[in-house]
Design a binder for this molecule. Sequence first.
Ligand code: HEM
Length: 463
Amino acid sequence: KNFPPGPPSVPLLGNLLSLNIKDPLNDIERLRQSYGNVYSLFFGLKPVVIINGFKAMREAMVIKAADFAGRAPFFLSPVFIIGVITVDYSPLWRDTRRFILMTLKNFGLGKKSMEDRIHEEIQYTIKTLENNIGKAFCPQFVFHNAVSNIICKVLFGTRYEYDDDTIKTLIQCFKRINKILNGPWALLYDSIPLIRRLPLPYNTAFEDVELILDIAQDLVNEHKKTRVPGEPRDFVDCYLDELEKRDDDSTFFEEQLKRVTLDLYSAGTDTTSNTLLSGFLYLMKYPHIQERCQQEIDRVLDGQDKVSYENRHNMPYTQAVIHEIQRITSLVPLSVFHCTTKDTELSGYSIPQGTIVIQNLTSVLREEGQWKFPHEFNPENFLNDQGEFLKPQAFMPFSAGFRICPGEGLARMELFLILVTLLRKFKFVWPEDAGEPDFTPVYGAILSPKPYLMKQGLETVYL
Ligand code: HEM
């Protein structure tokens, strides 16, 4: 009763047939135009509410944050009940999240040491780019490896060579798991319990989860052998210290440590690296924007050997460009599905406890009325008349409320330091014979640009 409106559904399948499961974003937008900013669908028998636009998003995620902070029982849910991303609103989630935020902070967000870790890794990126100067070159692996190594240093205290077997296996497993999670098999597994024991493709996801958990176990064992209690070198050491202080029935346990590190690794790699990939695509498409960033960077860093995160306050244009890249790419378009924790209301509609909630973040990031140029790539969206950087409230690529991305601080620092360092050193050019850049993303929980080639030349030389 008083449930949000939505299209008619068919028995058992609900609205699954009216959505293109391989890329539902256009259907989700089309339905918004027919049913409004808060509407409903059925995934099989499960009711789902889709939230669109800044006003409804803020009401749900910020004003009624606790009511909307649950996690939908995840596809392939038996595997995903611990960790952090897929954990429901509970003491386990709360304690783990608090621990993550505290540890990321202690590891230097806002302090020098995290910056140093990022700068160390950028040197490897620079070397790879220098070796390819003037050649048309696929940047995908370079950005992925850089970002993967930064999070590995935070989690495990180490970086990996680009062809290391552990990292290769991790990446392949996560790729396969995500493919299953985003495809029809996970949906069928979830909707029809009778098929769960059949030898169907989702079983590969379970095998891959076992494989990456074995890798995590090896890393934890290695840390146990070499750690000095009270002198943590990285996230795993911090967790092991915490584990020693806690009772047996606490929310800290070794299985959870493995899952949390894997969650942080997976959430912290494809996100930032795909943002960089899209970013450079836009900077090559709009060379005058690239040049204006370079002029600002050269002016502010004159006489300074490397950029510091503090410098961002004097680089309004570059900041605006980075934010505009995030806005226009809308990297995680449907966020991670939420769930209501109690009976609640939204925009005057009643929503029962346990309803799956999907945030259409793109509808906020490109909402007319919230942005000067909602549908085009234009850094002016983040600049006022005086050329000062300003961030509208509708800037929500990291979501909002209780579940807002806890990696936001790290991601921002990475994006700024990597982009500024590379733009200072190189000029990025779209190869003449490559046709027009294609901005249509490859659909997934995280959108990625189609693989592309770029050329880079030396712009300036370090002092
Ligand atoms: C450009 C980079 C990134 C973007 C756009 C991004 C975006 C998001 C979004 C939209 C969510 C879902 C929030 C929600 O459910 O309401 C999320 C969750 C999460 N992100 Fe990120 N993220 C990025 C980078 C990172 C990094 C670097 C890390 C790790 C250090 C990270 C760790 C997480 C975790 C652990 C969650 C789950 C939070 C929870 O369930 O409480 N993310 N992120």
